[in-house]
Design a protein around this ligand. Structure first.
Ligand code: KG4
Ligand code: ZN
Length: 346
């Protein structure tokens, strides 16, 4: 079965064709990063306009790359995300499904991220597994029990890890998007230059908190003006690279430790990791070392499938159809997976 995936939940317009949920036939991701850069972050209405402009050319490039292949179903991200952005993808996907006369299935973006590591390995998700989704909107740990049952084990109580990367990068003047820029700057820095407190929220907790860390960076490095406003320049002799490396090391330590706890508390030794922050080199290295040390099976999405893409949406759509869980797209005003809910498929 060939599933055509459509992704437009944030600032990437993406279309892909995936065969049997395991083989990527064609995939295109068009990033809007240049359009949003002048604003230092994603502007929702601008994102929607860009999706409208880009969806047809992206679809065209995928269909051309796939030759004569015709989809048997269409899968589209319907939540969580920026509502106006989601609606553009859903409207487009409805048109495509209608034109081909094939079913349309709605996909949860977070569930698509946790499918990506398996797609990369050329296989279907093997349950049960622990999944860590680390992105600009999510830092969520799940116990994935079956295709339709992802139990939330822990989540950020404030900023997502990617959001913290973006904000600290902005503070340090490293540019947008912040995560990759911060990683590049950190490569030249000393991760032990500053000892930021690891926000672990108690010995058992699987929740995350990055907002205090962000404030700690702000006050350690920038201090305050006499009127209480934060100073905007690093003091003489302090290097942005050292701050970036120390911040990054703190986030990595926390993510690896929480993943370790989740595996220990559930006894499930298989960990799947996806989302944009999973591109981060030191995080990948930290997880790889921990997996080797503790004997976990680690499925890390490759960088091309960590950030937003439509191949993971198509693969998740296939999984839903195969499991009899396919449903029509339903837009929800939620921008993230709800913390309060442990229910499957919010
Ligand atoms: O999954 P994604 O593309 O979009 C969301 O669903 O949010 O993730 C984007 C996030 C951004 O916050 C970005 O700064 C972060 O992933 N990111 C990184 C790296 N590459 C992307 N964070 C740290 N290190 C990276 N190399
Ligand atoms: Zn995402």
């Amino acid at each position: 079965m060939l599933v055509l995936g459509v992704e437009s939940s944030c600032d990437e317009t993406a279309v892909a064709l995936v065969r049997d949920g395991r083989e990527i036939v064609a995939s295109t991701v068009l990033s809007q990063v240049d359009a949003h850069r002048p604003f230092g972050g994603v502007v929702p209405d601008l994102a929607a306009r860009e999706h409208v402009r880009n969806l047809a050319p992206v679809l065209d490039s995928v269909l051309r790359a796939a030759g004569a292949a015709r989809p048997d179903a269409v899968a589209v991200t319907d939540s969580p995300g920026l509502q106006a952005a989601l609606l553009t993808g859903i409207a487009g996907a409805e048109g495509i499904a209608l034109a081909y006369g094939v079913p349309l299935v709605g996909v949860n973006h977070v569930e698509a991220h946790l499918t990506a590591p398996f797609l990369a390995a050329g296989e279907w998700p093997r349950h049960p597994f622990i999944s860590l989704v680390v992105s600009g909107g999510h830092t969520h740990l799940f116990h994935s029990r079956s295709a339709g049952d992802h139990r939330l084990l822990g989540a950020t109580i404030d900023d997502a890890a990617g959001e913290a990367f973006d904000k600290v990068a902005k503070m340090l003047g490293l540019g947008f998007p912040g995560g990759p820029a911060l990683q590049r700057a950190a490569a030249d820095g000393n991760p032990q230059a500053f000892r930021f407190k690891r926000p672990l929220l108690g010995p058992q907790s699987l929740d995350f908190s990055f907002s205090g860390l962000k404030t700690a960076v702000l006050y350690t490095c920038f201090g305050q003006e006499t009127d209480g406003r934060p100073r905007r320049q690093l003091p003489e002799g302090m290097r942005a690279a050292d701050v970036a490396a120390s911040f990054q090391a703190t986030v990595v330590d926390v993510l690896v430790e929480k993943a370790r706890r989740a595996v220990e508390q559930t006894g499930i030794q298989r960990l799947a990791v996806g989302g944009g922050v999973a591109c981060n080199g030191p995080l990948r290295a930290g997880l790889t070392v921990a997996a080797a040390q503790h004997g976990w099976e680690l499925l890390l999405a490759p960088p091309a499938l960590c950030g937003d893409n439509a191949a993971m949406v198509a693969a998740r759509g296939f999984e839903l159809l195969r499991s009899g869980l396919g449903r029509a797209p339903k837009v929800s005003p939620r921008t993230t997976w709800p913390r309060e809910s442990a229910a499957p498929t919010p």
